[in-house]
Design a protein. Structure first.
Ligand code: FES
Length: 171
């Protein structure tokens, strides 16, 4: 049976509470865990954490907005970043950008409605002689072509399906 995202998130937070404890000093590690697993910290996650740590949700919001690495804004599970710097531009960046828009059905700066992918620009990834270069979360892809874009995205879609299935099995 598939577990709804909010239920899964609540169960995860309860699990992390047993690991880190339920006092105020657990706040940052808890937020980092949520960020790592869900790629963002939703309103709901902040509320559950606040309840579990017996602190006001405003305090949780304050911490999330203070630390720039903790993301409140909605980002996809996979952040796809295409290098827009000159060498990749000359190596065919525009064709890749168009392929990404077509495959994902979104523009740069947007997230797919199913929350799987965000599409962003990146500045030089240090792979200038192997452009166009693409980053998906921490993984770099070089010499990408419109055809390979399809395979790369299909691979991440499959990975996410497997994760969802495994998480459903665990609960
Ligand atoms: S210009 Fe794209 S990786 Fe350097």
């Amino acid at each position: 049976m598939l577990v709804p995202v909010q239920e899964r998130l609540r169960l995860d937070i309860e699990k992390w509470i047993t690991q880190y404890g339920n006092d105020r000093s657990s706040l940052i590690p808890m937020l980092q865990e949520v960020q790592k697993k869900y790629s963002r910290i939703s309103e709901y996650a902040m509320q559950v954490i606040a309840d579990q740590l017996s602190i006001h949700p405003v305090e949780v919001h304050g911490v999330v907005s203070f630390y720039s690495y903790l993301k409140e804004a909605h980002k996809g599970r996979f952040e796809v970043r295409l290098c827009r710097t000159i060498a990749c531009d000359m190596a065919g960046r525009d064709r890749i950008a168009q392929q990404l828009r077509n495959e994902l059905g979104i523009n740069f700066g947007e997230t797919t409605p199913d929350g799987r992918f965000s599409l962003e620009w990146a500045n030089c990834l240090g792979m200038c002689d192997q452009g166009p270069a693409l980053l998906v979360n921490e993984q770099v892809f070089t010499r990408v072509t419109p055809e390979s874009i399809h395979d790369i995205l299909a691979r991440f879609r499959r990975e996410m399906d497997i994760n969802v299935f495994q998480q459903a099995e665990e609960h």
